[in-house]
Design a protein around this ligand. Sequence first.
Ligand code: PLP
Length: 370
Amino acid sequence: MENKKVITVTSPLLPSLEDFMPYLQDIWDRKWLTNNGHYHKELEKALCEYLKVPYISLFTNGTLPLMCALQALRITGEVITTPYSFVATTHSLWWNGIKPVFVDIDPVTGNIDPDKIEAAITPRTTAIMPVHVYGNPCDTQRIQEIADKYGLKVIYDAAHAFGVEVNGESVLNAGDMSTLSFHATKVYNTIEGGALICHDEKTKQRIDYLKNFGFAGETTVIAPGINGKMDEVRAAYGLLNLKQVDAAIEARHQVAVRYREALRDVKGICVMEDIPGVRHNYAYFPIFIDAEEYGMTRDELYFKMKEQDVLGRRYFYPLISEFSTYRGLESARPENLPVSHQMADSVICLPMYHNLSAGDIERIIEQIVK
Ligand SMILES: *Cc1c(COP(=O)(O)O)cnc(C)c1O
């Protein structure tokens, strides 16, 4: 048997070590390693420009901004959210003592279905936490209308939506706040890292206190904050990666173009297409398998690919509502979430990264096209 290399589901965008060295030297010379240092400030400025957002606070990962957004907006009681996401979305509610209320998703985008939000609102509801799944923008207008009608806050988990725009406007400006993850597996990474986007200076100030234990001065603590600060090494790394992220997104785009061309007409396979007016970031390439039409279940295909060293990922499976912490909740009942279950049971995310070779793409496609 041929010994082919393993094709992983993702591969990180890395700055060249040669480019990184002078930054490290400078950090060593400055001897200021964290707490809003030089590169931290530079990266906040550069990201505001790149992402077209007014205020951004950097974090050490993408989970703490979710937790701090809930603190900053003083969210309590119940929050309406989606089960079709990474567990961190719901965990952030749990860590704040908030009850998650799951609402089903839209089968086209995979995002929370605005038509089903109102029925889930109770007197205890204080906010909505949607996710732009795979970077597909949520129906932010409809969600805002509902939020305004009931006096709710909206926090978007935009971990997948780095650089995503709708008609030239950043999707990160929707709602009260949006969070990003710069984890190594994301389109743009700082190894570990994240950010919280808000719309005014006062709120940014509060977020910056919260991510530094609540310190507002040498001896003043204004709230029970946490340590969420990004360090100088990762901020410098982030500045370098920002310079190449557009090229990486374009390379991902070309992978998506080839996948779609090869797979869109395969019986029993469904791919997601670009949405008109949207600047996509091609963070993921999910396909959905109709077992009856395709003649093989999702898991059969997934394990067959794995045997050939082509690693997909069942993302998101299982649903968050199926994990032991949450499955006892009334809103976690499968009857309440039929579309979510259907998507979770049929999805495979194909390998997707900026330097996926043409040969590897064809090898992946061969596994699926019979
Ligand atoms: C990656 C991710 C997170 C968590 O980000 P970390 O940086 O890993 O803490 C949160 N939500 C979603 C949807 C994610 O994909």
